[in-house]
Design a binder for this molecule. Structure first.
Ligand SMILES: Cc1ncc(COP(=O)(O)O)c(C=O)c1O
Length: 474
């Protein structure tokens, strides 16, 4: 007799992926400067720890808020009892304004079109439940965030069909790749319910171009029942040009889609405070949709993953402080840029390059030259060496469903500068050692083959002498 349900035990969760195995390896042997200096450094976690001091100093200056008081009076009872699943109006308003500020106020968000969820994880799954039946499919450009296998597929039964993007054009989405993905889904008898993208991309660390977004909007528009979901969880992390353009801005700019066009009902934005504010533990996410039916359905479902009222209370006060948020956004981006540069130059010293990035908490790193062969087996072999021998937990491209072996995602914002420097030192040591091993292996092969050659010549000379002698003797 089975003790657990099929759903609980099936492997679509993705727990067996190298992405999660790397985390387990780190948890068993975590690096600590003092207590475990040889331990594994976690570079597989997209966490933003660079601006905690800004948040902490705000909390210090606003003790009433963290003490759950307003105008000196305790809010404890109100917060303990209150839980309307529509969310606190003041918080939704403050969050909507924060999202608009990040987009340079080129687009505005209406709090009535927002559904609060326990992080983007819950927001993405809730949207899947609202938009697709079990066995329907969403098209996703590769490489994509490994957590999507769990968030989009596991409990909903929705399928992901990859839009295969390649290094030949810096992993941008092309029309043929999009059409191919659609054909692949049709061949598998899957009904395509839409496209989901992350902008800026996890794991690429790049923003999407207007032309890519227009391509997707055209594709959705050409079909009656398709949706476009834009996961904009990293929108506040864009630290270099080209700047961030939200899908909402693209819709607004298009003359053929003026307000009222029904396509506005089929485009949805996902956001969370896990990355931009560095608060994944607070579990604050949101679905933004101009489709009232979607908002109503998602609100009904949000009971399974609400944001606690004390979190909403605290963050509404923080986000209402415009002077603080403005400064935070600018300063956080400055710090991310510095970190990204440190990683890029550290990698360069080790002879490793990465995709040019302008956003996110990670780089998409090209280690194809370190593979023994151009295969995913070789990628996993290299990855195991880096995790277990070098002591760096990085995420292999195959865990992000990349179609080319040899790419890895390396996170840079979840550690101190000293730890990042150590990580780069370890990686450089590994590259030097493995290239010199490869070289000595090659020269051993070369020596062996030149010995073989001279032996062959010697044998040839000997045998031709014998041949002459034979001739003479005859
Ligand atoms: C693209 C993307 N979407 C969603 C999530 C989940 O975020 P949250 O902590 O808000 O659930 C992540 C986290 O890494 C992510 O990278």
């Amino acid at each position: 007799m089975r003790l657990l349900s099929t759903k609980a035990t099936c492997d679509t969760h993705g727990q067996g992926s190298s992405y999660f195995i790397g985390w387990e390896a780190y948890e068993k042997n975590p690096y600590d400067e003092v207590h475990n200096p040889k331990g594994i450094i976690q570079m597989g976690l997209a966490e933003n720890q660079l601006s905690f001091d800004l948040l902490e100093s705000w909390l210090e200056k606003n003790p009433d808020v963290s003490g759950f008081k307003r105008d000196g009076k305790s809010m404890f009872r109100e917060l303990a009892l209150f839980q309307d699943y529509h969310g606190l109006p003041s918080f939704k308003k403050a969050l909507a304004d924060f999202m608009s500020d990040i987009r340079g106020n080129k687009v505005t968000f209406d709090p009535n079109h927002m559904v609060l969820t326990a992080g983007s994880t819950s927001a993405n799954e809730t949207l899947m439940f609202c938009l697709a039946e079990e066995g329907d499919a969403f098209l996703l450009p590769t490489p994509y965030y490994p957590g999507f296998d769990r968030d989009l597929k596991w409990r909903t039964g929705v399928e992901i069909v990859p839009i295969q993007c390649t290094s030949s054009n810096n992993f941008q989405i092309t029309e043929p790749a999009l059409q191919q993905a659609y054909q692949d889904a049709c061949k598998r008898n899957l009904r395509v319910k839409g496209v989901l993208v992350t902008n800026p991309s996890n794991p690429l660390g790049t923003t999407m171009s207007r032309s890519e977004m227009n391509l997707l909007v055209d594709f959705i528009k050409s079909q009656n029942d398709m949706h476009l979901i834009s996961d904009e969880i990293y929108s506040g992390t864009v630290f270099s040009s080209p700047g961030f353009v939200s899908v909402m801005e693209v819709l607004k700019e298009r003359n053929d889609l003026k307000d009222g066009d029904e396509i506005w009902n089929r485009v949805h934005v996902i956001y969370s405070l896990s990355k931009d504010l560095g608060l994944p533990g607070f579990r604050v996410g949101v679905i933004y949709s101009e489709n009232d039916t979607v908002v109503a359905a998602a609100t009904k479902m949000s009971s399974f993953g609400l944001v606690s009222s004390q979190t909403q209370y605290l963050l509404s006060a923080m986000l209402e402080d415009k002077k603080f948020t403005k400064n935070y956004i600018v300063e956080n981006q400055k710090r991310l840029k510095r970190r990204q540069r440190m990683l890029v130059s550290g990698l360069k010293k080790a002879g490793i390059s990465c995709l040019e990035s302008n956003a996110g908490l990670f780089c998409w790193v090209d280690m194809r030259h370190l593979l023994h062969s151009n295969t995913f087996d070789a990628e996993i072999e290299l990855w195991k060496n880096i995790v277990y021998k070098v002591g760096l937990n990085i995420s292999p491209g195959s865990s992000c469903h990349c179609s080319e072996p040899g790419w890895f995602r390396l996170c840079f914002a979840n550690m101190s500068e000293e730890t990042l420097n150590l990580a780069m030192k370890r990686l450089k040591g590994f590259v030097v050692e493995s290239t010199s091993t490869t070289q000595s292996h090659r020269s051993a092969l070369f020596n062996a083959s030149s010995k073989r050659n001279s032996l062959t010549k010697w044998v040839f000379r000997l045998s031709s002498r014998d041949h002459h002698r034979d001739q003479e003797e005859r």
